[in-house]
Design a protein around this ligand. Structure first.
Ligand SMILES: O=C(O)CCC(=O)C(=O)O
Length: 374
């Protein structure tokens, strides 16, 4: 039987491999971007989630009142949903403005430029655009650029981001590379301050997690969400929990981040003076399940492009993920290393609320198989 042509959303035309900018004006979005009904955005903007603003400067000053207030707020938020705001963070607002400008610069380049950084299959760094995929389903309405940051004092890592960018993109991107080198360094420092806060709030002292994440091997991702003429049918970022340890997100003024708490979606109001921080699966395991890694997503809109920068804190690859003794009885998850969880979420599993449980089963199966081979 003939299908009624008009009801079928158009497939991505071949030209989209080269230029997808026309998509933001299209009334019918390609079918690959249409999400199933039970995953589509809410028809109205959901209510705002109460995320406490935590005064990090106050906490780090050691003032007993500020320390007690910050640790109580962090503890409550992390047990409930794992999301909080960090204010008084000491990150230069000029650096934040430059990071957003640099993002505008990159994402406004023609595809022929952006493809120089094209992500290779199986890799988690580089430029990725769902607008280039032609066969997958539930595609997110966004483009991203991701790269690695290694926290070390040696000369190589102090220029790592800069070199990565200019090797791929050429000399026009030197300033872009410099800005993000500085941004990553600032985020790594900020994340260690937040680790002091989390350590205190879990009762294991300031230094435990700070030391654990020194020399971190982290990931930064720039998210660019173009306008979409059918925002009610698609998602900018699909629902997921971060498998990493801690996410520090800076979003622009547009809004779109949503968090799933008590079976309902809530929005997080944009606040350019604050960072949105959330616990990832790896930290959930480090806290022996006490702190939550929560499902979240990003919606898009028909008028304004949206940008966010996410810094995903990850431990160095040889660090064993095991909670401190004070938190560790009975153990909820087995020992593992971050590269194994990364491999699991890249190759075997789309990260969701059950990632750690499925990962635990996968690890157990692997070790049984290893035993059999011996
Ligand atoms: O853009 C956002 O608000 C969320 C991004 C996000 O969840 C991610 O990059 O994993």
């Amino acid at each position: 039987m003939m299908q009624p042509l008009l009801t079928i959303p158009p497939p991505l035309p071949t030209t989209s491999l080269f230029d997808t900018s026309f998509l933001k004006h299209e009334d019918n979005i390609p079918s690959q971007f249409i999400w199933p009904d039970d995953e589509k955005p809410c028809s109205e903007t959901p209510p705002e989630l109460e995320v406490p603003p935590i005064d990090l400067g106050g906490f780090l000053s050691g003032d007993p009142v500020a320390v007690s207030k910050a640790t109580t707020l962090a503890n409550e938020a992390c047990k409930k949903h794992g999301f909080f705001l960090i204010v008084n963070h000491d990150i230069d607002f000029e650096l934040l403005a430059k990071a957003h400008e640099a993002m505008d610069y990159f994402f406004s380049q023609p595809f022929s430029q952006k493809q120089k950084a094209l992500r290779k299959q199986g890799d988690h760094c580089g430029y990725a655009s769902s607008f280039l995929g032609r066969f997958a389903t539930k595609l997110p309405w966004k483009e991203t650029l991701s790269f690695r940051y290694y926290d070390d004092d040696d000369d190589k890592s102090s220029k790592m981001v800069q070199n990565y960018i200019s090797n791929l993109m050429g000399t026009d991107f030197q300033e872009f590379g410099r800005v993000y080198q500085e941004y990553c360094k600032a985020m790594s420092k900020l994340s260690l301050g937040i680790m002091e806060l989390l350590g205190m709030s879990l009762g294991v002292g300031r230094n435990y997690f700070r030391e654990f994440f020194k020399g971190n091997d982290s990931i930064i991702r720039l998210n660019y969400y173009p306008p979409c003429q059918k925002p009610e049918l698609t998602l900018g970022t699909g629902p997921h929990c971060d498998p990493t340890s801690l996410t520090i997100l800076h979003q622009d003024h547009v809004g779109g981040l949503e968090v799933f708490v008590d079976q309902k979606w809530y929005s997080i109001r944009p606040n350019q003076k604050a960072f949105v921080v959330n616990i990832g699966d790896t930290f959930m395991a480090l806290s022996n399940g006490k702190y939550k890694s929560c499902l979240h997503r990003a919606v898009v809109n028909s008028k304004t492009p949206r940008k966010s920068v996410a810094f995903f804190l990850c431990p160095r690859g040889n660090k064993v993920i095991r909670p401190p003794i004070e938190l560790g009885h009975p153990r909820v998850y087995p020992d593992f290393t971050w590269p194994l969880l990364l491999e699991f979420t890249q190759k075997h599993y789309r990260a969701d609320t059950k990632t750690l449980d499925s990962f635990t089963k996968w690890l157990q199966k692997r070790s049984t198989e290893d035993e059999r081979v011996k």
